[in-house]
Design a protein around this ligand. Structure first.
Ligand code: C2E
Ligand code: MG
Ligand code: MG
Length: 636
């Protein structure tokens, strides 16, 4: 016999006789077995009782009925209270009484024997392997003393004894197999449940955490924030939520690849975790967005101080052997009484977006910003509609030759009257158009309208130039120059009659691409004017490389030349310098006759301002030009 089969045999014997307590079904399982046996026993024995009483076996029927109805229901209820031994004893007593009666009345060599054979199965099923043997042997011995067994021969007795023994082994084996099967099933269910539970836990974790960094995600951070808000309700401390967006990290990861990107993120997260160790919690909301929250006493100061001291100007990370500094922009929101987690997070994000737009590092949320944002957004929607519905109007302000008094041209200025709000000044709607991109269609409309108007004047015999304002963003419009050229050609206006005005600020911070657009415009013959000159750095170094035709001195200097000596000096020296550089000079904001003569003395050729005429509609401009009012005024 091989050692393996030896140990199998030992295991079999141990299981069969219930030597190892682990092989006996547990209390809960046995409770179920007992209840099942009770129900089956009750049904079978009451049916037999009724049958026997009907056919005249009164004593047998009564014994069966009494045993079934008294003992089995009691066993059923006892098994629930886990008093297994008592329940088991009652079932066995009932089985023994009924089987002994059947045996006695049926006779050992007649029908009685059939019923006896079921007993080992009931015994092992109800009492388990170990006690099953005791009950079965006890019952076997008892049977030999039953009066009807007295008449049987010794040979029959031996047959009976061994027959019963065989059935006992059979019943014990069946029961053992049943228990083994149940155990195996239970083990498998447990294993599978453990796997499923692990998956479920992982899914639950991922639902609330970011896979890459292990930090809580939006859902997770909202839960944590909720808990913190509840805790704060009992505490007097305030809660600060900081929303951080890393700058250009996505671009960096796209360049260095995801593997290096993961290393980079690991360092950033370590940095963040380190920073919030003090009292806060951190989470990751998007690829490049993180959030923190922590409690503090001195709200604004602590929030900004914390950020400055812990994160500094950025996160220092190692990329290979190079140190890179990942910059960030952050917004904070301080917990108010009514705030919910979701609202706090949204406000912190809003503050971050405000900081980003204003090019700050950090900004603390305040409700005024929301109002500003909403009115900005409303203005944007209205302006878009106004453009679609052609609600904008073009006004023209005369430009006059200060020496001859002749009208030389006009500046085209956009006007917008909203049906409900009335006139909205360009200083309000032009910035909205610039930020939203509406400046592109708006400028095209201005170009088309102004050039068409210029052509109309020329056809009417007025040789006027037209000045059109451009925003910095217009220089990013690749097709702008082609559009301008087309308009000039279509309306037969020579490019040298068209001046493109760009404010001084545009020239100060100009990209190569934008500078090229200006160069190309100049090459095509269009005039280039520096608008609001003097409001920037007032250094002409930037025009060295750019083709500028004209300088428009800002009205803030012009208005003061009669009262302020320094203004007069600035204007005079600007005019001198411009003339030396061969630039045309236009004075903006001319409001008085005295200013006209002073400017003339300084050598300024062209003036524009309320003194000559305010910006006016095309119809009003025509009337004004016909009256030749400018000539009279310039002579004054
Ligand atoms: P700007 O190009 O410097 O235009 C001159 C501004 O000064 C105009 O204001 C004009 O009405 C005002 N002005 C002219 N003479 C006088 C004067 O004697 N006294 C005073 N107090 N003001 C005078 P407006 O029309 O309100 O335009 C403001 C700015 O809005 C313009 O400044 C220009 O930068 C911008 N803008 C107007 N229309 C357009 C446009 O179609 N496109 C672009 N990109 N910007 C425009
Ligand atoms: Mg202008
Ligand atoms: Mg100006």
């Amino acid at each position: 016999m091989s050692p393996q089969s030896g140990s199998r045999l030992r295991q079999f014997i141990s299981d069969l006789f219930g030597i190892d307590p682990a092989t006996i079904a547990n209390v809960k399982e046995r409770g179920k077995d007992i209840r099942l046996a009770c129900i089956i026993g009750l049904l079978v024995s009451t049916s037999f009782a009724v049958f026997n009483l009907t056919v005249g076996f009164v004593a047998l029927g009564l014994i069966e009925g009494a045993a079934a109805l008294l003992l089995l229901p009691a066993a059923y209820f006892l098994s629930h209270s886990e008093r297994m031994l008592s329940a088991e004893t009652l079932v066995m007593l009932s089985a023994i009484i009924i089987n002994a009666a059947l045996f006695h009345f049926g006779g050992v060599d007649s029908t009685g024997i059939y019923w006896i054979l079921s007993l080992p199965f009931i015994t092992f099923f109800v009492t388990g392997q170990r006690r099953g043997w005791l009950w079965a042997f006890g019952f076997l011995v008892l049977l030999l003393f039953i009066p009807s067994a007295a008449g049987i021969s010794q040979t029959q007795e031996v047959h009976f004894f061994f027959g019963m023994l065989f059935y006992m082994v059979l019943a014990a084996s069946f029961n053992m197999l049943r228990v083994r099967f149940e155990e195996k099933l239970a083990r498998q269910v447990k294993e599978k449940t453990a796997v499923a539970t692990a998956y479920l836990e992982q899914l639950q974790f991922l639902a609330k955490h970011d896979e890459l960094t292990g930090l809580p995600n939006r859902e997770g951070i909202l839960d944590l924030l909720d808990d913190e808000i509840k805790r704060q309700a009992e505490d007097s401390e305030a809660l600060v939520v900081i929303y951080i967006k890393l700058i250009r990290i996505i671009e960096l990861i796209n360049i260095v690849g995801t593997e290096q990107g993961a290393v980079l993120f690991a360092q950033i997260v370590a940095n963040l975790k380190n920073a919030v160790q003090r009292s806060g919690k951190a989470g990751r909301l998007g690829r490049d967005e993180f959030v923190f929250f922590f409690s503090c006493k001195d709200l604004d100061l602590e929030a900004s101080g914390w950020l400055a001291s812990t994160l500094g100007a950025g996160f220092e990370c190692l990329l290979g052997n190079q140190t890179v500094n990942i910059e960030y922009v952050a917004g904070a929101c301080i917990h108010g009484d009514e705030a919910e987690a979701e609202v706090l997070l949204r406000k912190a994000e809003q503050a971050m977006l405000t900081a980003k737009e204003a090019h700050y590092d950090f900004f603390i949320y305040n409700a005024d910003n929301d109002r500003e944002f909403i009115s900005h957004h409303l203005l944007f929607s209205k302006l878009r509609k106004a453009l679609q519905q052609n609600q904008l109007e073009m006004y023209y302000q005369p430009q006059v030759d200060l020496h001859t008094g002749r009208l030389t041209g006009a500046e085209a200025l956009a006007r917008w009257t909203d049906p409900t709000e009335g006139p909205i000044p360009p200083l309000f709607f032009i910035p909205v158009a610039e930020q939203s991109g509406l400046i592109f269609p708006l400028t095209r409309w201005v170009i088309a309208t102004a050039i068409a108007q210029c052509a109309q004047w020329r056809n009417a015999g007025l040789d006027l130039g037209i000045a059109i304002n451009l925003s910095a963003r217009n220089l990013a419009d690749a097709d702008l120059l082609a559009y301008l050229e087309n308009m000039a050609t279509d309306f037969c206006v020579p490019p040298e009659k068209i001046t493109m005005e760009l404010t001084e600020g545009v020239f100060l911070d100009i990209s190569q691409k934008s500078a090229n657009v200006i160069r190309h415009m100049h090459e095509k013959g269009f005039r280039i004017s520096i608008d609001d000159y003097g409001t920037g750095y007032s250094s002409l170094s930037y025009i060295k490389g750019l083709p500028v035709t004209e300088l428009k001195i800002d009205q803030c200097f012009i208005k003061g030349i009669m009262e302020s000596h320094s203004d007069a000096l600035i204007v005079q020296s600007t005019i001198d310098m411009a003339l030396q550089l061969d630039l045309e000079v236009v004075a903006e904001g001319v409001e008085e006759a005295s200013i006209v003569s002073q400017l003339r003395d300084f050598g300024c050729r062209v003036g524009q301002g309320y003194y000559f005429g305010r910006p006016m509609s095309a119809v009003a401009f025509d009337l004004w030009a016909q009256q030749d009012a400018c000539a009279a005024k310039a002579q004054a």
